[in-house]
Design a protein around this ligand. Structure first.
Ligand SMILES: Cc1cc2nc3c(=O)[nH]c(=O)nc-3n(C[C@H](O)[C@H](O)[C@H](O)COP(=O)(O)O)c2cc1C
Length: 159
């Protein structure tokens, strides 16, 4: 059994969670693939895929969307789990995800988990700092990660 955790992360939260999930997946070989640095030609060799992404300004990173579009048909043949780091919940989060990822992929996924979010002020650029201060009043780092959701992902991909 071979698993790819394919992710993209702006300030490092999605990346950290991708590594945590990889460390806990013990009955499968795991490749961690950061779409920021790797252009994946093929995902044929993987039995299952975990796609990790985050929402910034209402959408996921363009490379995540492009990846899903490019590999759509093969993704539909794989066991697929998705996790999305974002501060929004329920309807707003769903709309953001629906705007970013192909409907077929969302329908095919075994699960779409929202494990939480972080605001890592020291990793933000000047404009992001101003925006985050103005919109949610954060001037210090905030971490709201739900460990139970990470456990859920691991359990579901171990089966
Ligand atoms: C400038 C900025 C804009 C953001 N915009 C959104 C947003 O539109 N919707 C949302 O749910 N979360 C938003 N977030 C929260 C991020 O999704 C959260 O910080 C997440 O943990 C980032 O993960 P990453 O560092 O792996 O990209 C925003 C965060 C920042 C810093």
């Amino acid at each position: 059994m071979r698993t790819a955790i394919i992710y993209i992360s702006k300030h490092g939260t999605t990346e950290k969670l991708a590594h945590t999930i990889a460390a806990h997946l013990t009955n499968t070989e795991v490749d961690l693939i950061n779409l920021k640095h790797h252009q994946l030609k093929s995902i044929d060799k993987y039995d299952q895929i975990i796609l990790g992404c985050s929402i910034h300004m209402g959408v996921t990173h363009k490379k995540t969307t492009n990846f899903c579009k490019k590999h759509l048909n093969i993704l539909l043949t794989k066991q697929l789990g998705i996790f999305v780091c974002c501060m929004e919940k329920s309807k707003i989060a769903q709309d953001q995800i629906a705007k970013s990822l192909p409907e077929k992929i969302l329908k095919h996924a075994k699960f779409i988990v929202l494990p939480g979010y972080e605001f890592l002020v020291d990793k933000m650029n000047f404009f992001e700092k101003i925006l985050v201060k103005k919109t949610i009043g954060a001037t210090d780092n905030i971490s709201k990660i739900n460990k139970a959701e990470i456990d859920f992902i691991v359990q579901n991909m171990q089966e």
